[in-house]
Every structure is written in structure tokens, then in C-alpha cells.
Design a protein around this ligand. Sequence first.
Ligand SMILES: [Zn+2]
Ligand SMILES: [Zn+2]
Length: 147
Amino acid sequence: MNKETREKLLDAFYAKCRESRLSVTPQRLAIYKTLIGNKEHPSPEMIFKDVQSQFPMISFATVYKTLETFEQNGIVSKVTHLHNTLRYDPMTEQHHHIVCKRCKKIIDIDSTEIETLKIPSQVTKDHIFIDYDVHFNVICAECKMKE
Ligand SMILES: [Zn+2]
Ligand SMILES: [Zn+2]
């Protein structure tokens, strides 16, 4: 994620907090910044470890609850369907992922490179279609090196 994207997300964060009447506490800001500073769609545990270095008194429960609150207010999204582990994503707009089957790394794809999928009629016939996510399963470069 480049600097420009991070700044845009940070602006959106402040706007969404205002909309949802969530106060931007130093902890909340640190949790969000950790998320946008991490390219790998971190788990709550990973975020906790990072935030703890700035706020040694913060509890895992607080981090966990904050992430849930963010999700309920459309500030972050979950990528739970990819793995059994809970992972968070600062990008709430539709986008696609590359997933390493070994190390569970999740990488965002520049979606302009993906052609728009033709939505099957089975999807739209009886349902209200919302959106779709594509994930490409891979063995990542780092894992390949270890082979
Ligand atoms: Zn890997
Ligand atoms: Zn993502």
C-alpha cells in the first residue's frame, strides 16, 4: 500500500468515525494505523503485538473489541472466508486477493488487472446480488524459496 492510499484511508477513517460518532482515541488510531501499515491483512493477534509496543497497558480484549466495532461501522472488513483464522482488511471496497496456501499471506490485487466477471444468472435469478471476491491460491515466492 503506497503513502497516498494510506493517507486516503486515514482520511476516510476520521470521516467514518465522525459519522458513526466514534471518538478517535489514541488507541483506536494506533490500531487502525497498524492495520494500514501492514500489507498482510493481519490477525487480531498480530495487531495486538504491534499496538502493544506503543501502549503496553492495552489488553488483547480491547484490540479485539475495537476491531469488531470498526467492522460494524464499515471502517474495516473481515477476510474470514479465506481461512479459519480471523483476518482484517482496511480496504472495505470490493477488491481481490492472492492467498498463499502455506503461510496464509494475503496480498491485495490491483483490481484494474482483473476483467469484470460475468455474473451467472443462477446468482441473480432468485437472489439480491451484492458483490464478489476473487482469491487466487498460490505458493508465495518466500515459501517457494524454502522448498
Ligand atoms: Zn507463503
Ligand atoms: Zn485486501
